[in-house]
Design a protein around this ligand. Sequence first.
Ligand code: SF4
Ligand code: SF4
Length: 365
Amino acid sequence: MQINNLVKECAAELNIDLCRITDNGELKRERKILEKRSKDKYWPQPFANQDIAELTNPAFHFPNLKSIIVAAISYNKNGTNPFLSNYVTIEDYHVYLENKLEKLAARLQKKLNKSFNYKIFVDEAPFLEKALARKAGIGFIGKNTLLINPELGSNLFLGEIFTDLEMTKDQPLADDCGDCRLCIDNCQVDALKSEYLLAAEECTAYLTQKKGILSETEIKKIGHHIWGCDDCKDVCPYNKKADKLTASELMIFDKGIKYFLNLERKELPEELANTAITWRGSRILIRNAMLVAANLKELEYFNLIKEKLNDNSPVIRYYAALSLLEIDFKEAKYIIEKHLAQENNKEYKNKIKNILAAKEEDHGY
Ligand code: SF4
Ligand code: SF4
């Protein structure tokens, strides 16, 4: 049996949904796209490595690289949580997939009766993971810039094994969005500027992870999203027909506004610490929960947010003031004025004063 087929057979035995192989070559198509993009106004991409050579040359990341095994596991559970992106409504997949790939490499060495060098990556290396998966034939890139497998859709966890083992490579799939534009037409914040062009800094998924003081426009763009945004995924016909949650042993994490408002920052509950949602810290989650309550004008959380005026973080106190004013201006005005008399952080005291003044103007005071 060819090694390529053996890899796929072992992957299937390990309950890995998709497994394809590609070579060590440069990602030429993506290099051209990034070089063009580096001159447009939507560059650079937040949170991403900006070195185009590193991003598009897998061989930079493993000595004597010959082949790359790309694996994907579906987590499509047709998300029903309105506040959280599908991928964080289950336990962090990184360790899970890494273990699967370790087992795959070990099984392969045993069946081939020879050892080879390898390195496993799961969402952590400075190369274009989606592009490698495209080149290997896991899926095609949709107009929403996501990787789509025709059967399993785009809710896929990806991982790779870089190895010095020679294998025949698989072929990419043809792009297959056809005339569809549903993702572009359904992006509420207009972050998909055209087909295949995402203005990442305007995307809600990015804004829910952005630290610092958000502008009023950015706060509105967060809408009802405490973490991530799946709007352009959920409308995609390829996701509508896929309903597979392969990683069913991963614990479900399905929480809402109240849960995040009640977080004790110093002692995160175990189920939260085990998700991929905490990498930007817990403060941002509490901030987002307050902003979502404010955007939805959720009166029932007013008192919980009021308690946040006593938080030891001035950033939390600032967003609490802002959210209270948004939910119930009349009630909040008096509370904030009282709070200002005791606010001890000069910088944030001024910021709170400014938002109070702006809201007073909006309400004709
Ligand atoms: S994730 Fe949300 S905000 Fe970002 S492009 Fe998709 S629909 Fe638009
Ligand atoms: S919604 Fe339509 S255009 Fe967008 S990625 Fe899916 S198939 Fe392609």
